[in-house]
Design a protein around this ligand. Structure first.
Ligand code: B12
Ligand code: SF4
Length: 480
């Protein structure tokens, strides 16, 4: 079936809040949606990336007014029957509403569809009066968007219609691949982007785990779908061919290489490629075995970022990071030591103030990392996501169980001054004494090598391949 409908996919950027990721030249959610629609006969799919178009953060009321004017102008240049807005995270909520209102005014007959992670956890936030959104898609958007375009999802008529996105199954996943050329051709905003030296896309999607701080658990299904090793390598080749001067590729995984056979096959195949690009991905530390670590050592061009989060039994249990915290800690320590011994560049992430965290748990994590941390291990520490809806949903439980306290407007994203509201809120993880985030952060201060690199990379101040190159030189120097 083919459709003559004109579809405009929009990344609305973020307004009055600061998170990273706006400057990424390719938004992998939109790459995936566009590629899927094209294989299903929807040829006319344009992409408008309003964050790239604006080119700088929208922080003040003045910025907001000029962003608003620019959006109006840009949207006016397109002719569309369906506007698909990507509210990827909660940080995109206000801008999604702003952009949807403009779309409705510019093209009153068009259908306004919104999808992304905020839609999964807060679909009712899009039920506005007067209404601007026609459909809210929860979860994976490909099939639902196609059905909406083809008129197969009846609208409720009044108010917003919430559609549960059916996940792509193995066959669907095998049946399509990213169309980098189409993205390049149909995204005029790329002209505003600096030279494209890094692209991001997913080789796999979904995750079988249900960590407390991750919206993954709200999906309602926990699987793992991956392109075959051959297709994954072909995609790397295609990306290199599509973007001249490409220096790095980020595999945007929830959990990279979950399946052992796939992981080994892919790492071996990757080491045979002769492109001059480096790779980055993120995964769990407890998945790896000695053989994988040796493969990473030989490969040298894949930088892994591990969400270790904590090495305290109690906190790991509170996080639901693993149902066997003792085994997790053992495996994590073993793998981190091996990586360090082989001087493989990697980074770890720690959450230092999850609900329930206390002096005891903070000391346990630190003690378990002693001997592993040094100035060659890249580490990043983050504050627990108490500003995400996932926390608000569990707040009563955390309060009763640990004495967790949060003050201020927890649902700040609907506030006209969200940045200010967040700044005024106060969060205490537990009634048992513990270090506040800032103090815990200080403890790790001298190990926080990745922190700056990471943000410089996401704000396009520094290229990722130079960070890796530095680490490789360091590694070779150390070996000598
Ligand atoms: C990889 C990843 C990233 C990458 C890539 C981000 C990107 N823009 O592509 C990086 C590291 C850059 C990143 C950054 C951030 N992330 Co992130 N990220 C993930 C992760 C691990 C996987 C997402 C993924 O690639 N999924 C697979 C791809 C295929 O799907 P997708 O991109 O989600 O898009 C699908 C749907 O969302 C939907 N969809 C999206 N847009 C649209 C539009 C329409 C019209 C429709 C119909 C559907 C639709 O359909 C798409 C295709 O199926 C998830 C956690 C997880 N378990 O999945 C967190 C997650 C999405 N991230 C999260 C957050 C908070 C962030 C940050 C705000 C962190 C921060 N404080 O800075 C930033 C925001 C970045 C930005 N401005 O875009 C949260 C979102 C929670 C929330 N309610 O806000 C998650 C869920 C993790 C968590 N803690 O719960 N992230
Ligand atoms: S393993 Fe990672 S992606 Fe999976 S639920 Fe946990 S934090 Fe989310």
């Amino acid at each position: 079936m083919t459709s003559s409908k004109k579809v405009l996919l929009i990344y609305p950027g973020q307004v009055l809040v600061s998170s990273y990721g706006d400057t990424l030249p390719i938004k992998s959610s939109l790459l995936s949606l566009q590629s899927y629609l094209r294989t299903k006969g929807v040829a006319d799919v344009e992409i408008l990336d309003l964050a790239l178009e604006y080119g700088k953060p929208v922080r003040t009321e003045e910025d907001l007014a000029s962003f608003h004017r620019m959006c109006e102008e840009k949207l006016g240049e397109y002719d569309f029957d369906i506007a698909g807005i990507s509210c990827f995270s909660t940080f995109n909520y206000l801008s999604s509403v702003l952009v949807a209102s403009l779309c409705k005014r510019i093209a009153p007959g068009a259908l306004i569809v919104v999808g992304g992670w905020h839609c999964l956890v807060r679909p009712r936030d899009f039920d506005l009066s007067p209404g601007v959104f026609d459909f809210v898609v929860q979860g994976e958007g490909e099939k639902a968007l196609l059905q909406i375009i083809e008129g197969r999802v009846p609208s409720r008529g009044e108010g917003v219609t919430v559609v549960r996105g059916e996940p792509l199954n193995r066959n669907d996943y095998a049946g399509f691949e990213y169309d980098f050329e189409a993205y390049k051709t149909h995204c005029c905003s790329l002209l505003q982007a600096p030279k494209i030296e890094n692209v991001e896309f997913n080789l796999s999607r979904q995750c079988p785990f249900t960590c407390s701080f991750c919206d993954n658990r709200a999906l309602g299904y926990q699987g793992w779908n991956v392109f075959s090793v051959e297709k994954s390598i072909e995609l790397v080749d295609k990306a290199v061919a599509a973007f001249e001067g490409l220096r790095s590729i980020t595999f945007n995984e929830a959990v990279f290489g979950l399946d052992k056979r796939w992981r080994r096959g892919f790492l071996s195949a990757l080491s045979k490629l002769r492109h001059n690009v480096v790779f980055m991905t993120q995964t769990r530390i407890d998945l790896l075995e000695e053989e994988d670590i040796n493969l990473l050592g030989e490969l040298e061009t894949l930088f892994c970022y591990f969400g270790v989060e904590s090495l305290s039994e109690k906190t790991l249990a509170a996080m639901n990071k693993s149902n066997k915290p003792t085994v997790y800690i053992h495996k994590a320590r073993e793998n981190l030591s091996m990586l360090k011994e082989l001087r493989i560049p990697f980074a770890i992430n720690l959450i230092l103030d999850h609900p329930g965290e206390s002096h005891e748990t903070q000391r346990e994590t630190y003690a378990n990392l002693k001997g592993i941390l040094d100035d060659k291990v890249c580490i990043q520490t983050i504050q627990y996501f108490y500003w995400l809806p996932v926390f608000v949903d569990s707040y009563e439980l955390y309060h009763a169980r640990y004495g967790t306290m949060a003050e201020g407007n927890l649902e700040w994203w609907r506030d006209p001054d969200p940045a200010g509201t967040r700044a005024r809120s106060r969060y205490v993880p537990s009634s048992a004494p513990g270090e506040p985030f800032e103090a815990a952060f200080d403890r790790y201060q001298r190990f926080l090598i990745f922190w700056k690199d990471f943000y410089d990379y996401y704000t396009m101040k520094r290229h990722f391949s130079s960070i890796i190159e530095e680490r490789r030189c360091q590694r070779r120097g150390d070996r000598r």
